[in-house]
Design a protein around this ligand. Structure first.
Ligand code: FES
Ligand code: FE2
Length: 428
């Protein structure tokens, strides 16, 4: 249970709010790289942390992320013409470069220096892996680029997608660190999904519906361990890293690619769910990539031409009561991603956490909220750099492992929780 003012602190990310300033300490995913495929690509609307912006690439291939609205009289630069070294407003032709600097006001005399004084807010936009990342904070505090393993392995070993979720970012993130729901909501997926099925660990998941949670602090956030019964004298552990503010990784299953998410606020009632799948040591197979493109695993299908899921709240997520009755799906909604999204959106855009009743399986969520609140307040009150800014904190892995009952997971699986180039993920 959270007091309403703490719920507001954790869920509001506009400029000037404590959590908004926290998010502005990090490189966060802004777009898929494929949205700006080549120099001179058409501009794209982007809203992040309640700021409306335009992303574009000039003819030299430089990326820019600038205020959506022209400094002259405020029309959307989305209508602009991408031309040479900048984007030209469609109304009266003012032109801006990728930093937002105005470089031409064609109605002014040639000798005028007026445009030098005009600049749109602009943020860096950098390709790392399949994603374009931005940093929306003070330029002087800009940290080194992200080093997540999914974004730094060779291109043939990784795949990313994104979807729009109609809820606040925090309830989406909380789904990512709540692995107790897997045995219920996703029970059908463990049996049938091409990117999940066949792993030995799935049996442990289904045979013990009362996981015990053990959560330990990590430099960048938390390791959330969910323990289930295994063979005599052993436990099956699924360990989920959460790195502040919004990165989570699902524990692996067998040799399937490992998946995870970056939950990015669009505004206080919507978020982008950036979803990745990668294998640390081998290329993804053609079948795996096709399954991801088809919306299996933690990916989804789309309303054509958009990032809105095909199953959405306007069509009741294509609820199938017969499949629910037959036990094919637990909730009647198809697909792991949309099973999560449908329930999280059903809570309302910002769930009222003063009314919830938490239990022991919510330990990870409780600790994550506490760490977020503390980091936001330490930043606000003392200017403390939060956990997860240092790229060393990005080099984490999720783990699925069977351990003797008397071994604490953080000691027994210590190395497995760290990126080791050339070494496969630890998985059952
Ligand atoms: S509104 Fe953009 S040039 Fe006039
Ligand atoms: Fe889920």
């Amino acid at each position: 249970m959270l007091k309403p003012e703490i719920n507001a602190l954790l869920t509001q990310t506009g400029r000037g709010t404590p959590m908004g300033e926290l998010f502005r300490q990090y490189w966060i995913p802004a777009l898929l790289a494929e949205e700006l495929p080549e120099p001179g690509s058409p501009p794209v609307r982007v809203k992040l942390l309640s700021e409306r912006m335009i992303a574009f690439r000039d003819d030299d291939g430089n990326y820019g992320l600038v205020d959506e609205f022209c400094a002259h009289r405020g029309v959307s630069m989305w209508f602009g013409k991408n031309e040479g070294n900048g984007l030209r407003c469609a109304y009266h032709g003012w032109k801006y470069d990728v930093t937002g600097q105005c470089i031409d006001v064609p109605s002014e005399p040639p000798e005028s220096t007026f445009c030098e004084k005009v600049k749109l807010t602009g943020y860096p936009l950098v390709k790392v892996g399949d994603l374009l990342w931005t940093y929306m904070g003070e330029p002087a505090q800009r940290p080194p680029l992200p080093e997540w393993e999914f974004a730094t392995v060779p291109a043939e070993q990784t795949f990313s997608s994104k979807r729009w979720q109609e809820s606040n970012w925090l309830q989406a993130l909380e789904g990512g660190i709540d692995s107790s729901h897997v045995s219920w909501l996703h029970s059908g997926g463990l049996k049938h999904d091409p990117l999940f099925k066949g792993a030995k660990g799935n049996q442990y998941n289904m045979n013990d519906l009362r996981p015990f949670f053990e959560v330990v602090d990590a430099d960048g956030g938390l390791f959330i361990g969910a323990r289930r019964k295994a063979e005599e004298g052993h436990y099956y552990w699924r360990i989920t890293p959460w790195v502040m503010p919004a990165f989570t990784m699902v524990p692996p299953r067998g040799d399937h690619p490992v998946h995870g998410h970056y939950w990015v606020p669009i505004d206080d009632e919507n978020c982008w769910v950036f979803t990745f799948d990668y294998h640390p040591v081998r290329p993804l197979s053609a079948d795996e990539v096709q399954a991801m493109k088809d919306g299996h695993g933690v990916h989804n299908e789309y309303v054509p031409g958009t990032f809105r899921p095909l199953q959405n709240k306007d069509n009741d997520y294509l609820m199938d009561r017969e499949a629910q009755k037959r036990g094919e799906t637990f909730s009647g909604v198809k697909g792991i991603a949309m099973q999560d999204a449908s329930l999280q959106e059903s809570m309302g855009p910002v769930v009222d956490r003063s009314k919830e009743r938490l239990v022991s399986t919510d330990t990870g969520i409780i600790k994550a909220r506490h760490r977020l609140r503390r980091a936001a307040e330490d930043l606000r009150d003392h200017g403390t750099t939060p956990p997860g800014v240092d790229p060393a904190h990005h080099r984490v892995r999720s783990v699925a492992i069977v351990l003797p009952q008397d071994e604490p997971f953080q000691e027994a699986a210590g190395d497995d929780l760290t990126v080791r180039p050339g070494v496969p993920q630890t998985s059952v």
